[in-house]
Design a protein around this ligand. Structure first.
Ligand code: 13P
Ligand code: SF4
Length: 314
């Protein structure tokens, strides 16, 4: 089927099945263009929570599908490709995390939304990069906190708040690759550009930022700020929406590493997010599969920290 026909069929099936298509900013442009809603992980969770559709198609990664299912257990939640995982979520196996939490009684457990439903089972409050700072600041200064799984987001929050949260040693393979060398080289070539950095990047990279924030925060800043040029240190899928909302500005993706004295590659893409294609989206709507299932006991327990997050993000 050609692309135009695929798009028409996806729209037809969506109407027929009363489905809503949600997509993360890191998915390919074609998926973002056809989605009913595109957002960061916080906005996607908020959108799922208020959806009136019978079917939710989550074009993102597996944990996002699980979050939808936990928030809307009565709905059918589909993902175009079940293999769309997340290296950050993988860096925190539920069994190990459960043992870690048990070994630290008296701690409040904060988990980034980039975790499996089984990890959320052990969590008191879920956070996203869009609300983590606000949620941590809402807790008493002397509260003992475990923060998992992203060591970079955790140390960013520790640095900004002066807290000493106990950090799980996990990271995202895409954001960990951005280097200060690559950014400084781009700054030399574009001295007027402002640097936008996702807090999943390493601390030295974050220190070079003019703005640190979730994909939605970086997007808003890029659109509203007077600056005309931005160096973007996050997954390059976000450039699609940045260019759509601010076509007159220029956005320079940071290549993940410096190779032999030159910065040649812009392969700063999340391979999991890129598994979402128009063809798979069409197949999944047509077959109503693959579907996300989460154990009922886990849904019941994992919903509590997600609801707390949504409440605290208002
Ligand atoms: P946000 O959507 O919160 O910016 O997170 C980025 C991310 O890594 C999603 O997988
Ligand atoms: Fe996970 Fe990193 Fe991909 Fe986000 S960009 S889905 S954190 S692997």
């Amino acid at each position: 089927m050609d692309k135009q026909k695929l798009i028409e069929e996806i729209k037809r099936l969506k109407e027929e099945k009363n489905a809503v298509i949600l997509a993360h900013y890191y998915t390919i442009g074609d998926i973002q263009d056809i989605a009913d809603f595109v957002g960061d992980s916080l906005a996607l969770a908020q959108q799922a929570a208020k959806s009136t559709a019978d079917v939710i198609v989550m074009c993102g990664v597996h944990f996002m599908g699980e979050t939808c299912k936990i928030l809307c257990p009565e709905k059918k939640v589909l993902v175009p490709d079940l293999e769309a995982g997340c290296s950050l979520a993988d860096s925190c196996p539920a069994e190990d995390f459960g043992a870690f939490v048990k070994a630290h009684p008296g701690y409040t457990v904060l988990s980034y939304v980039n975790t499996t439903a089984a990890v959320k089972y052990y969590t008191d409050i879920v956070v996203t990069s869009g609300n983590a700072l606000k949620i941590v600041n809402s807790l008493p200064k002397d509260e003992k906190i475990i923060f998992a799984p992203d060591r970079n987001l955790g140390s960013y929050i520790n640095a900004v708040t002066g807290r000493e949260m106990l950090l799980w040693d996990g990271a995202c393979h895409v954001h960990e690759q951005f280097s200060t060398e690559a950014i400084l080289k781009l700054k030399e070539e574009h001295p007027n550009a402002k640097v936008l950095v996702h807090p999943e990047c390493k601390r030295p990279v974050v220190l070079l930022a003019d703005k640190v924030g979730s994909t939605a925060v970086l997007l808003k800043f890029a659109v509203e700020d007077d600056c005309q040029e931005f160096i973007v240190a996050t997954e390059s899928g976000i450039l699609h929406e940045m260019m759509r909302q601010a076509p007159q500005k220029s956005f320079i993706p940071v290549p993940p590493e410096v190779s032999e004295g030159s910065i040649g590659c812009s392969c700063n893409e999340c391979a999991y997010m890129r598994l979402n294609t128009l063809e798979k989206l069409y197949n999944c709507l047509q077959k109503e599969a693959p579907e996300i299932f989460v154990d009922e006991e886990i849904i019941e327990r994992a919903k509590l920290p997600i609801d707390r997050m949504l409440e605290l993000s208002k």
